[in-house]
Ligand binder design. Structure first.
Ligand code: CA
Length: 223
């Protein structure tokens, strides 16, 4: 998943980015409201983590502008305790959830999973394609009921594919899911992870459309 983190506190920002990267997400980090606005106008993210107290443009204004522009990217707002009275305004402005600092990382990641699940409109949290099941809550993957051990990046790639069964994802789209800004993209990384996933999940599980991309499941009409 590709996240945009908007946080002006360098320590909080760095620790959040590192923790979320370790979970296998691609995290881009900007430090003020104006940078957030221009980034959101030009790039697509799966989730926005938005600090409320920001230089240049406050978080609430960033969020209102985003929703006014019809952008439905799921958003979790990070607030300081003394900003709590803004809760109602936040939810009215289109926040999907909020967390009060300081918070436990485990709580943030649980809320991220819940927000992404709701955003995908899935009642059941389990993803299933063929004999492979993926549980985003526990990050466990099984094949015919047997656990499959994956690295963080293998998991991220598999999750991106299983969230949209039948949809073709290009190499560039998958690289976006694996790497944030400033992270060097290893050449052939996607092919390497696809190869490793096929070894673990069966050669036919991930299909290649040569020169176009990859998909799992039954291809959609026109795909
Ligand atoms: Ca702040």
């Amino acid at each position: 998943m590709r996240f945009l983190l908007v946080e002006d506190d360098p320590m909080i920002g760095a620790s959040l980015r590192n923790a979320l990267r370790q979970e296998g997400h691609a995290v881009d980090w900007v430090r003020d409201g104006r940078a957030a606005q221009s980034t959101l106008a030009s790039e697509r993210f799966d989730l926005l983590l938005l600090d409320l107290g920001l230089p240049q443009v406050p978080g609430l204004e960033v969020l209102r502008g985003l929703r006014a522009a019809g952008n439905t990217t799921p958003a979790i707002v990070l607030t300081a305790r003394d900003e709590l009275e803004q809760r109602v305004a936040l939810l009215d402005a289109g926040a999907d959830d909020y967390l009060v600092k300081p918070f436990e990382l485990a709580e943030l990641t649980a809320r991220i999973r819940a927000v992404l699940r709701r955003a995908a409109g899935r009642a059941a949290p389990l993803l299933e394609v063929g004999d492979v099941q993926l549980d985003p809550a526990t990050r466990q993957v099984t094949r015919s009921g047997e656990p499959v051990i994956l690295s963080a990046r293998e998991y991220a790639l598999l999750e991106a594919l299983m969230l949209r069964p039948g949809a073709l994802l290009s190499r560039a789209q998958l690289e976006d899911r694996l790497y944030g800004w400033g992270e060097e993209v290893e050449s052939n990384a996607v092919s390497v992870y696809v190869h490793q996933l096929r070894r673990k999940l069966g050669e036919d599980f991930i299909r290649t459309v040569r020169g176009v991309g990859y998909y799992v499941g039954t291809p959609r009409a026109g795909a």
